[in-house]
Design a protein around this ligand. Sequence first.
Ligand SMILES: C[S@@+](CC[C@H](N)C(=O)[O-])C[C@H]1O[C@@H](n2cnc3c(N)ncnc32)[C@H](O)[C@@H]1O
Length: 250
Amino acid sequence: MTKLYSDDAELYDIAFDWDIEEEVDWLYEHLGRPASLLEPGCGSGRMLESFARRGVDAVGIDLSAPMLELARRRLGERAAVSLADMTDFDLGRTFEAAVSPINTLLHLTPEELAAHFGCMARHLEPGAAYLVQVGLIEPDSYDPFAGSHWEASRGDMKLRADWSDEEIDFERSVSRQRSRIEVLAGPRAGEVIEEIHDMTLWTPETWASAISSSPFREVATYDAGKKGERPLVDQSATGGLLWHQLVPAG
Ligand SMILES: C[S@@+](CC[C@H](N)C(=O)[O-])C[C@H]1O[C@@H](n2cnc3c(N)ncnc32)[C@H](O)[C@@H]1O
């Protein structure tokens, strides 16, 4: 597991703690105002907290104990998070909706994604929606990702985060990404945490094929590439911030 999700989970929590209220409003409506929701790979719980504030019974699982510790600190009594692998879990209950933001599913190989979808189908009620944010690219239109660069702070801690493509390999379906967090102020000032993440690369074709052999079907695709706008797009669309609305196929 990468340091950013384990030893340095606190830095992740600061770097990714931007305002998600408008996005969660949109998700809540598109999920049909669910009473219960599951977030696999919930990390430090920023989405769970926001859904819980809307009265949703929000439950998360993650493989990282430090991330879950931060989620428990953030959610207090409302924390319903547990250590589990999203490719093999059984919570003994079902949910009205599920969500997976910021390309979390790219951490899974195609085989792991198939196992994940199997688990998710067993945890969703008939008609429930699963909104997953997964970017799709293809060789003809691929424009090297200039990267995301931003600053974040909490208390006396200030940091700069950079996330960029290191290498894109269409033949092996691997997208190698580099994250760099530099602590600018606070007790850890001067530290730089740099890591490479090997993620699965999905094209519209490979993604459509993964969905068609899963227990889900994709009923809508939205492009969140422009801030504040999420137009409905064709399933052949490419982009780094596509939301795919999945429903159980049966
Ligand atoms: C990009 S972070 C997203 C966290 C959270 N969803 C958010 O929006 O802030 C990805 C998370 O997925 C978790 N993760 C990766 N592989 C996992 C797996 N197989 N099972 C459960 N969690 C996993 C990591 O520990 C990490 O917390």
